[in-house]
Design a protein around this ligand. Structure first.
Ligand SMILES: Cc1ncc(COP(=O)(O)O)c(C=O)c1O
Length: 477
C-alpha cells in the first residue's frame, strides 16, 4: 500500500475509535510528516483524500479538522476509546455540588472521605496538644520544603516495610494529596499540553487540568480491569502527551485495582514514550485481606513517576497532610511549593510525627479496613436487593466507594436533585468526566454505619432511581 494510503487508513481507524472526534484539529502537515516519518506531499495527499471522502474538512489558515458530522456509517464504536477535550470546564459544576454537600442534617453518600466516626479523634487530639507543647519556635523554619525531616523519614520507612525503596530526600510534604498532585502536574506540563486521564476519572484531576489550562485525553477505563492498554498506547501515539494522571489502587470512582502485570506494562509504556506518570495513590492503605497493593512507582527506574498520597483517607482529612515521592522532580516541586504555599503547616507535621511515633497507627488501620469492608458489604447488599437488574452495582475489594451504572437514558442529575430535597446527597457521574459520558452513573460513599437513617436514605434513593428508570421506559415505549 502506498504511504499516503496507509496514513489515510490509520486516520480513519483513529476517527472511528474516537481518538479524533468531530471538530478536532489534526496535526499540521509538518508535524504529521515528522511524526509518521513521511514527506509533506504524502501527508497533503492523504488529507486531501480524507477530505474528498467527507472525513475531514480544511479551513482557511487553520489546517484540517475532523468533519463536524462524520458520516454515521463511518463510526462503528459507541463507547469511545479516547476522547479529547481541549478546554476542560468543570470547576463551577463541581463547586456547586460540593457546596450543596455542606448542608447540615444531610445523609451524605456524596462525601469523599471515610465516615468521621472512623477517625481516631482522641489519639490525634492528644498528638496535636503534645506537638503544640513541645514545638520550639525555630521549628517553623526547619519545616520549609521539602518538609519535616522526621515525617519524611517515617513515610520512607513505611514504604520500606512494604518492600518499596524510597529515599526521604525524594519526598516533599504537602497540604494533602491534592497539593502534591497539583504541584506534580505543574512540574511536568505547560499550558496547552495534553494529559491522559482515566475515563471516568477523579474530578480533582479535571479541576487541576482546568486550572493549568491543560487539554484532557480521556482513555477508556473498564470498571474492573482499569485503563485499556491499547487505547492508552493509541493516545500516546497520536498526541504529544506530556503526562498521565492515573490511579492504580482502589480507583476513584470505579474502585478497581490494577494487577501487578498491568502496572508494569503501563510503566514500561510510559518509559518508551517518555511520558511522566502522576500516580494518585490515596487509597493504598484501604485494602481488604492480607497484602497491601504496590504502587506503579515501584516498577519505575527512570524517576519519571510522581507518587502522591496523604493521611486524609486513612487517618483524618482535616489535617491536610500529604506527600509526593517526586523522583527526579523533587527539587522542581520544592521550588514550585515555595512559590505557592511556601510550606506545609509545621505544627500539623509535628502532630503527625507525634501520632505516628507514639500511637499504634497499624492497629488503627487494621480496624479501619475491617470496618470499611463490613460497611461496604452491607450497603452493597441493600442496594442490590432494592434496585432492578438494569442497575449495575459495582462494588470492589478495598476502598469505600460503590459505583452504580444505570441505563444510558437515565439522567443521574435528576436523581441527585430529587434526593437532595430530601436531605440525601450522592455524587452524580457527571463529576467524573469532561465529556458527560457518565451522566447515567452515580458514586456512593459506603463507609457509613447502616443505621435507621442510612437505611431510610437508601430506600428513598432506590425509589428515586426506580422511578427514573420507569419514566424512561414509558418515554421510549
Ligand atoms: C482520588 C483522590 N485523590 C486525591 C484526593 C485528595 O486527597 P487529599 O484530601 O489528601 O488532598 C481525593 C479526595 O477525595 C481523592 O479521592
Amino acid at each position: 500500500m502506498a504511504k499516503y494510503q496507509e496514513l489515510v487508513e490509520q486516520l480513519k481507524r483513529q476517527i472511528q475509535a474516537g481518538i479524533w472526534t468531530p471538530g478536532d484539529k489534526l496535526p499540521s502537515l509538518r508535524k504529521q510528516a515528522e511524526h509518521t516519518g513521511t514527506s509533506l506531499m504524502t501527508v497533503l495527499h492523504a488529507y486531501q483524500l480524507l477530505e474528498s471522502q467527507g472525513w475531514i474538512v480544511s479551513q482557511a489558515r487553520s489546517g484540517f479538522r475532523v468533519a463536524p458530522r462524520v458520516k454515521e456509517s463511518n463510526i462503528h464504536q459507541t463507547s469511545m476509546a479516547v476522547s479529547s477535550t481541549e478546554h476542560v470546564d468543570i470547576n463551577e459544576f463541581i463547586f456547586e455540588v460540593l457546596q450543596a454537600g455542606k448542608k447540615t442534617q444531610l445523609v451524605n453518600f456524596g462525601f469523599a472521605y471515610p465516615s468521621p466516626d472512623l477517625y481516631p479523634r482522641y489519639h490525634v487530639t492528644r498528638a496535636l496538644s503534645a506537638a503544640a507543647r513541645n514545638m520550639p519556635i525555630s521549628n517553623t523554619f526547619d519545616n520549609l520544603p521539602p518538609g519535616n525531616e522526621q515525617l519524611r523519614s517515617i513515610i520512607a520507612k513505611r514504604y520500606a516495610a512494604k518492600g518499596i525503596e524510597i529515599s526521604p530526600d525524594e519526598i516533599v510534604i504537602t497540604a494533602g494529596a491534592l497539593e502534591a498532585l497539583n504541584l506534580s502536574l505543574q512540574a511536568c506540563t505547560r499550558q496547552g499540553d495534553w494529559v491522559v486521564v482515566e475515563s471516568p476519572t477523579f474530578y480533582g484531576a479535571l479541576q487541576s487540568l482546568q486550572r493549568l489550562g491543560l487539554k484532557a485525553l480521556s482513555v477508556r477505563t473498564d470498571p474492573t480491569t482499569g485503563i485499556d492498554i491499547d487505547s492508552l498506547e493509541r493516545a500516546l501515539q497520536t498526541h504529544d502527551v506530556k503526562a498521565c494522571w492515573l490511579m492504580s489502587n482502589h480507583q476513584n470512582p470505579l474502585g478497581f485495582t490494577l494487577t501487578d502485570d498491568k502496572k508494569k506494562q503501563i510503566v514500561a509504556m510510559l518509559k518508551h514514550y517518555n511520558v511522566a506518570l502522576i500516580e494518585d495513590d490515596v487509597y493504598s492503605e484501604l485494602y481488604e485481606g492480607g497484602e497491601p497493593d504496590s504502587p506503579m512507582k515501584m516498577y519505575d527506574d527512570t524517576g519519571n513517576t510522581m507518587l502522591c498520597s496523604s493521611f486524609s483517607k486513612s487517618l483524618i482529612a482535616g489535617l491536610r497532610i500529604g506527600w509526593v515521592v517526586a523522583g527526579k522532580r523533587a527539587l522542581d516541586i520544592q521550588k514550585l511549593q515555595l512559590m505557592s504555599t511556601l510550606a506545609t503547616s509545621a505544627p500539623i507535621q509535628m502532630t503527625l510525627v507525634h501520632y505516628l511515633t507514639s500511637r499504634n497507627y497499624e492497629l488503627h488501620l487494621k480496624q479501619l479496613r475491617k470496618k470499611l469492608a463490613e460497611r461496604k458489604k452491607k450497603i452493597t447488599e441493600l442496594l442490590e436487593s432494592r434496585l432492578p437488574s438494569e442497575a449495575k452495582v459495582v462494588s470492589q475489594s478495598g476502598g469505600y466507594f460503590v459505583w452504580v451504572e444505570l441505563p444510558k437514558q437515565v439522567d443521574s442529575m435528576q436523581i441527585y436533585h430529587h434526593v437532595l430535597q430530601k436531605n440525601i446527597s450522592i455524587t452524580p457521574g457527571k463529576m467524573f468526566s469532561p465529556t458527560e459520558q457518565y451522566n447515567h452513573c452515580i458514586r456512593l460513599n459506603a463507609s457509613f454505619e447502616l443505621d435507621k437513617h442510612h437505611i431510610r436514605a437508601l430506600e428513598v434513593l432506590s425509589n428515586s432511581i426506580i422511578s427514573q428508570i420507569n419514566s424512561k421506559k414509558i418515554g421510549t415505549s
